[in-house]
Design a protein around this ligand. Sequence first.
Ligand SMILES: *Cc1c(COP(=O)(O)O)cnc(C)c1O
Length: 385
Amino acid sequence: MIGQGRNAAAVLTVDLDAIRSNYRLLQARAGQATCAAVLKADAYGLGAARVAPVLLAEKCRHFFVAHLDEGIALRPLLPADAELFVLHGPVPGSEQEFLLHDLTPVLNSAVQIAGWTAFARRIGRTLPAIVQVDTGMSRLGLPAEELLACVEKADFLATVSLRFVMSHLACAENQAHPMNAAQLAAFRDVLLRFPACGASLANSSGIFLGPDFHFDLVRPGAALFGIAPVTGAPNPLQPVVRLQASIIQVQSIKAGQHVGYGATYCAPQERRIATIAAGYADGWLRSLSGHGFALIDGQRAALVGMVSMDTCALDVTGIAPDRLHPGMMVDLIGPGQTVDAVAELAGTIGYEILTSLGSRYRRDYLSSAEIGGSTFAEHPAAVAI
Ligand SMILES: *Cc1c(COP(=O)(O)O)cnc(C)c1O
């Protein structure tokens, strides 16, 4: 990709050890349930090809992606005994691709169930699938009665081997929300009709709602990558990403001078301004304009003016000039500012911050362990911080 050279102006560091420890924590919290991993959107923007081997080494054998093409890309990196589920299911006509690439669809609608059943019958094989019941989110999945009607058709259980019945929680990060109990009750009702089949309800936040929500398989994504699972509670997970961008230039501006597009910032008195190499094209969102900050040697520097495509401006007046020089890295996400904190300043959620991270960073992956047969030293891009 254009822009990813040795002279990277911004660096994204992904701590694979932290992902490993987060997976262990989630598996421990899930008790008897099996802990899957959701690696959709290229592992929430962090690189599924680098994340999957870490989880495999932890004996994770159940993976989810959203798109068929994500599944096709990830499947060759997984061993034969790992199952890869595709959340969006097969669009009519794509069933063959699932079979070809050893992908298990989540069947979300009567159309998908009919398509998968017809395909299985046509090739004369029993094919695996998850079925998704909608328990209140109205996003993907069938309402309970519709699902039961589909499944009770004579040929369904003869042609489909049901891996799990699943549903998805709408409000799990808010533990007091009444939707959680309502969805749990609706899900249990449906499961009465599938006594022999495994069940899966919880995403990251759902794991923290307690054992009632765990069933047989939990499906964390965000928590693997350090995003806080419970609103208003301390985050038990380790931070995974560090984002740094370099200072391009430092200048002094006088009272009355403006900064950035729209001239939205006007210096009240003389100010020193550092322009850094991160902008909204890098996922450093424009909505951070006027709210965000960076850390320079642990000291805060406020973002001033509008975030541009490739740059933003920091007020570095309070930082000794001899501590600032072009090319030095400042921290945007890291020890002093979590993904969730940035999200709050930007008026969004940590998920959106992670999945918006740009593609022109240099990406460094930190790992102390040998993963997938290749050692740390064989990845020259990986450097210690
Ligand atoms: C994205 C997703 C998950 C993972 O959710 P997190 O909140 O990131 O843990 C689990 N299940 C389904 C159906 C999803 O779409």
